[in-house]
Design a protein around this ligand. Structure first.
Ligand SMILES: *[C@@H]1O[C@H](CO)[C@@H](O)[C@H](O)[C@H]1NC(C)=O
Ligand SMILES: *[C@@H]1O[C@H](CO)[C@@H](O)[C@H](O)[C@H]1NC(C)=O
Ligand SMILES: *[C@@H]1O[C@H](CO)[C@@H](O)[C@H](O)[C@H]1NC(C)=O
Ligand SMILES: *[C@@H]1O[C@H](CO)[C@@H](O)[C@H](O)[C@H]1NC(C)=O
Ligand SMILES: *[C@@H]1O[C@H](CO)[C@@H](O)[C@H](O)[C@H]1NC(C)=O
Ligand SMILES: *[C@@H]1O[C@H](CO)[C@@H](O)[C@H](O)[C@H]1NC(C)=O
Length: 396
């Protein structure tokens, strides 16, 4: 269920954007369906489908959220259809191989519509962010460069990303009905690259070690954007080679046109609550969210092999290797000795606790407005191209 007030705000936010096609459909009430043929709908993928952090949490283990594009489609944009079911299986942190092994077997049969997001974790997005941006391990500039290079190799090699996504899509085809459609969604570049206004900005979590901090320099921002473009280009190749029932949604240019990225020209970062911002930044608060609650929500138990469990493990490891540090939700890692009181607040026991507050863990993921862009592009494409019976070729 989507809270009514949030929907109104969303509609208002989109109405002020410069995209005319996006604001024609009112979101207030479920619409009579224009897609009676979509009765069996399913969504698989990673955190970009699960919607990590966007809206209300639907699931703990996989971090599925209500304002994810699959859930926006099912609960609102596809219109009301009492006969439609939605299998929402996307799981934050999963690679295409994991999606293949755990989500695909759970899909029901005769699907009319399937959405997929995959590839980001295959190429190692989380080590890149860890080494180049968060720096959990106090990673150096070289670690950052190395992880970007390794990712670029996986993207370029035909038997890595291309092959794995092709395998994933092939495995889903037997689950589709004869007229069923598969939509693969891409990724969007995170950074504006029109000026050097971000060159002195850092999002490193080690708040007091100046010498090791990575800054969001133009060169780094361009390298990360180029990587995302390269991933999208491989995904488009996979889709083109997968036949008429498979389509690609590339929303990169739309997020750029909305000035939705970090470090857009003329924006002095941090600007976490800039309305056009399509991604979460440190301290972004969506409308209706309680900042205190978001900052406080640390120390929850999280499942061991979940996305959050993995990050909690990284933090745990860091704390083990640097006993003089502790984790402060407001400041990041701080030097206990310097701060004065030595206590074991930052220590982690056998249970994995989620140490990062909600306001941090969703950074680099789409906000509800970003998911709305993806959902509406997909809807527009469906309206123009209908079901797979038409055998249209994708043109984007
Ligand atoms: C739902 O299914 C019933 C029974 O098959 C059918 O009569 C009805 O028209 C369907 N409704 C929609 C919105 O497709
Ligand atoms: C592709 O899949 C193979 C087999 O599961 C795996 O070893 C490899 O790491 C994957 N490559 C990427 C880029 O995910
Ligand atoms: C970064 O540089 C800009 C201008 O070059 C300045 O206005 C801003 O205060 C600086 N920010 C930080 C965090 O040093
Ligand atoms: C946040 O945590 C502090 C310290 O534990 C507590 O005093 C405060 O009431 C909490 N605030 C909220 C909104 O939960
Ligand atoms: C932490 O602070 C203590 C006391 O100021 C200092 O000796 C130590 O080197 C600091 N540790 C790091 C990693 O900065
Ligand atoms: C976290 O660290 C403690 C020791 O500091 C260790 O006993 C525990 O197993 C660790 N947990 C995980 C999930 O790594």
């Amino acid at each position: 269920m989507l809270p009514h007030s949030l929907l109104l705000l969303l509609t208002a936010a989109l109405a002020t954007s410069n995209s005319n096609t996006l604001d024609q459909i009112p979101l207030e009430a479920p619409l009579p369906t224009t897609f009676p043929w979509i009765q069996r709908f399913a969504s698989i993928g990673d955190s970009y489908s699960a919607g990590l952090g966007a809206g209300g949490r639907l699931d703990f283990y996989c971090s599925r959220y209500a304002k994810s594009y699959p859930n926006i489609l099912h609960t609102s944009l596809l219109g009301h259809n009492q006969n439609r079911t939605h299998q929402f299986l996307a799981c934050s942190g999963q690679t295409s191989t994991e999606i293949l092994e755990t989500q695909v077997p759970a899909l029901s049969h005769d699907l009319d519509l399937l959405t997929i997001s995959a590839g980001g974790n295959d190429i190692g997005l989380s080590p890149i962010l860890s080494n180049c941006v968060y720096q959990f391990y106090m990673a150096s500039e070289d670690d950052c460069k190395t992880s970007i290079q390794e990712a670029a190799q996986r993207v370029a090699s035909k038997d890595q990303l291309y092959k794995n996504i092709t395998t994933l899509i092939s495995a889903t085809k037997p689950k589709m009905s004869p007229h069923g459609i598969i939509y693969l969604t891409g990724y969007a570049g995170f950074f504006g690259v029109d000026d050097d206004g971000c060159d002195n900005v850092t999002w490193a979590v080690w708040s007091t070690v100046e010498s090791s901090k990575q800054y969001l320099k133009l060169e780094l921002r361009e390298a990360l954007n180029a990587l995302v473009r390269a991933v999208n280009s491989v995904l488009l190749d996979v889709v083109s080679d997968s036949g008429p029932g498979v389509r690609f949604i590339d929303y990169n240019a739309h997020i750029e046109a909305l000035r939705g990225r970090y470090c857009e020209a003329g924006v002095a970062e941090p600007a976490p609550n800039r309305p056009a911002l399509a991604f979460y930044e440190w301290d972004t608060m969506d409308s209706g969210e309680d900042p205190k609650k978001l900052r406080n929500r640390t120390g929850e138990d999280v499942p061991k092999d979940s996305f959050e469990g993995d990050i909690a493990k990284r933090i745990n490891k860091t704390l083990r290797e640097h006993p003089e540090w502790e984790f402060d939700p407001d400041k990041g890692f701080v030097n206990k000795t310097k701060a004065g009181g030595v206590d074991d607040k930052g220590a982690v026991g056998d249970t994995i606790h989620w140490l990062l507050p909600d306001s941090w863990k969703r950074v680099f993921h789409l906000r509800p407005e970003g998911h709305e862009v993806v959902a509406r592009l997909l809807l527009e494409h469906l309206e123009k191209n209908g079901n797979g019976m038409k055998k249209d070729r994708l043109e984007l």
